[in-house]
Design a protein around this ligand. Structure first.
Ligand SMILES: [Zn+2]
Length: 130
């Protein structure tokens, strides 16, 4: 794979979702998965990152997780945003992008199931996309 176009990236996110085991996919309830070029200052601030830190986000989960909400507080869908530019920057080679996308999707979906960053890392995530 040479350069990753926005269309390629969309396809990679779809593939990342397809890689989630079916038993989890079946239980995903009301989650919108979106793609953005990069996180906004507000999105960074929501997870305690300041733009000057040189840190960024690969993905963001926003919503009421399965454990703290419950079906009666679900007027709005949970939202997962996957950030295209930071992921491409994170990959040292274009061929690494699919794996980082899949890992980020998996990570954010784990948040939907109520796992914290610590719990996700314990489950074998080497690098937390937050
Ligand atoms: Zn996280």
């Amino acid at each position: 794979m040479k350069e990753i176009t926005p269309e390629d990236f969309e396809e990679l996110v779809a593939q990342g979702i397809d890689r989630i085991p079916k038993k989890f996919l079946d239980k995903i309830d009301n989650v919108a998965v979106m793609i953005a070029d990069e996180p906004t200052t507000e999105e960074l601030a929501s997870v305690g990152i300041s733009k000057d830190d040189g840190e960024t986000l690969l993905g963001l989960y926003e919503g009421v997780s399965e454990t703290d909400g419950g079906p009666y507080h679900r007027e709005f869908p949970d939202r997962i945003t996957i950030f295209r530019r930071p992921i491409i920057a994170e990959a040292r080679r274009p061929q690494d992008v699919p794996e980082i996308v899949a890992e980020t999707v998996r990570h954010e979906i784990a948040h939907h199931f109520g796992l914290s960053d610590e719990e996700i890392e314990e489950n074998g995530n080497k690098k937390a996309p937050r």
